[in-house]
Design a protein around this ligand. Structure first.
Ligand SMILES: N[C@@H](CCC(=O)N[C@@H](CS)C(=O)NCC(=O)O)C(=O)O
Length: 223
């Protein structure tokens, strides 16, 4: 019974990984408590619950911790009935996991390198971003969301591209995802950020731009 569950999310308003879990819990209609963590000064609880990575997000369900955003999303999908995050068919589920892993392993890494990485590696990283976005462009073609007609697992993981990339681009003063090069992905990002659930549960764009800007400036200054 939902009323007997104690669900606590250790995260931060800044963290895109935490936002994924918030979106999944909201879509699922699962009540939860939110503990705002300072990643520069981690709480004893966070270190106890995620001693291996010492990172947010951590979902604590009836005292049992689960770490890593994609794993938490799967846990939510398997634990509480309601809005499905992963597709039903095994092949479709495998493909959703494949693209979600691709977003974290390749897309996100290249975006970070192109934005904050060593200056002499940024040009190459920028090309990698373009190549990675092209793979997603092919995958989203003909669909409204990666999950089909509604937001699903890959879309939620894709918040890095759908929501955060725009704020990073603004802070950086350089576009990466453009209508000209990646029209379908660009349209997807627009659809995604227009969804109420996404709008209501991500920080206002200006706040994210203000968060990214000093990091970008600091990395430029140290290069
Ligand atoms: N792979 C992890 C990444 C989580 C992550 O990088 N969290 C960041 C905040 S956005 C963090 O806790 N950083 C603190 C640190 O690295 O010490 C996930 O998907 O949950």
């Amino acid at each position: 019974m939902a009323s007997q569950q104690e669900v606590k999310l250790y995260g931060s308003w800044r963290s895109g990984f935490s936002r994924r879990v918030v979106i999944a819990l909201k879509l699922r209609g699962m009540p939860y408590g939110f503990v705002e963590e300072d990643t520069q000064n981690k709480s004893a609880d966070l270190l106890k619950y995620n001693p291996v990575h010492q990172k947010i997000p951590v979902l604590v369900h009836n005292g049992k911790p689960i770490a890593e955003s994609q794993i938490i999303l799967e846990y939510i999908d398997e634990t509480w009935p309601g809005y499905p995050l992963l597709p039903q068919e095994p092949y479709d589920r495998a493909m959703a996991r494949f693209w979600a892993k691709f977003i974290d392993d390749k897309c996100l890494k290249s975006v970070v390198k192109a934005s904050w990485g060593p200056v002499d590696e940024q040009e190459k990283a920028f090309e990698e971003v373009q190549e990675n976005l092209s793979f997603l462009e092919e995958e989203i073609q003909g669909k409204k969301f990666f999950g089909g007609e509604r937001v699903g697992f890959v879309d939620i993981v894709g918040n890095v591209i759908g929501y955060y990339l725009g704020a990073i681009e603004e802070a950086l003063g350089q576009e990466m995802l453009t209508k000209e090069k990646h029209p379908c992905l660009y349209e997807w990002a627009h659809e995604y950020t227009s969804c109420n659930i996404i709008k209501e549960n991500h920080p206002p764009r200006d706040r994210s731009v203000d968060y990214f800007r000093p990091q970008i400036q600091a990395s430029r200054a140290s290069n």
